[in-house]
Ligand binder design. Structure first.
Ligand SMILES: [Zn+2]
Ligand SMILES: [Zn+2]
Length: 190
C-alpha cells in the first residue's frame, strides 16, 4: 500500500477512469487506468507515473471542475472576463488554466482577489515596464493580491498552492502581490 499510488487512484477516479478500489495498491485495474490515461493524453504508454504523467494528472484535475458556456468560454464564479484581458482593449486574454487557478485561490482563501495585471500586448507590457519575454505577453501570467490581507504568511500559502498545481510563482513581498505563470519554467522563484 502506497500513499502515492492512492493519490494516483484518486486522480484517475475523479477524471472518470476506473482504477479499481482506491487502496494504494497498484493492481491490474490501476495499471490499465494509468495506461488508458496516458494513451488519451498523448503520453508514452508504460503504466509508470513519471514526471510527465504526474504533471498531466495535476493539469487534468485542475481543469475538471471548470464550466464553459455554449461558446466554449470559461465561466468563473467570482471573476468577469474583462478582469484578465489586456487593459488597452485589444482583447488579449489569459489562458483558462490560470483563470481557473485564480478562482481556486479565491475559493481557498475566501477573500476577494484583485487581478492587478492580466494579459498584456507588447505596447501595454512596455508601458508598465514588463520584461521583454514576459509571460503576460502570451496570456500565460497574471498578478494579483487580496486587498488588506497580504503578508508574508499569506503569500507563502499562495505560493505553496501554486506549486501544488504546477504553476510558477514569483512573490513581490515589498509591493505585496504575487505573479503566477504557466509553464513554471525550470525553476520556481519564491
Ligand atoms: Zn492590449
Ligand atoms: Zn506578472
Amino acid at each position: 500500500m502506497s500513499d502515492y499510488v492512492k493519490w494516483i487512484q484518486e486522480q484517475l477516479q475523479a477524471l472518470g477512469y476506473d482504477p479499481g478500489p482506491v487502496d494504494g495498491v497498484n493492481g491490474e485495474k490501476t495499471d490499465a487506468a494509468i495506461r488508458l490515461f496516458q494513451k488519451e493524453n498523448d503520453l508514452a504508454v508504460d503504466g509508470q507515473v513519471g514526471e510527465l504523467t504526474h504533471s498531466a494528472l495535476i493539469q487534468a484535475r485542475s481543469m475538471i471542475d471548470l464550466k464553459m458556456d455554449q461558446d466554449g468560454k470559461l465561466l468563473l464564479k467570482n471573476f468577469t472576463e474583462d478582469e484578465f484581458t489586456c487593459e488597452c482593449g485589444c482583447g488579449l486574454d489569459v489562458c483558462d488554466r490560470l483563470k481557473a487557478f485564480a478562482q481556486r485561490l479565491r475559493d481557498q482563501f475566501g477573500w476577494p482577489l484583485v487581478i492587478s495585471s492580466g494579459a498584456r500586448c507588447p505596447t501595454v507590457n512596455a508601458a508598465v515596464g514588463g520584461v521583454p519575454d514576459s509571460c503576460h505577453l502570451t496570456g500565460q501570467a497574471f498578478d494579483c493580491y487580496f486587498p488588506g490581507q497580504m503578508n508574508e504568511a499569506v503569500m507563502a500559502q499562495m505560493a505553496d498552492d501554486a506549486i501544488s498545481q504546477e504553476i510558477g510563482v514569483i512573490r513581490y513581498p515589498n509591493q505585496l502581490f504575487c505573479h503566477f505563470q504557466v509553464p513554471p519554467r525550470n525553476q520556481i522563484i519564491y
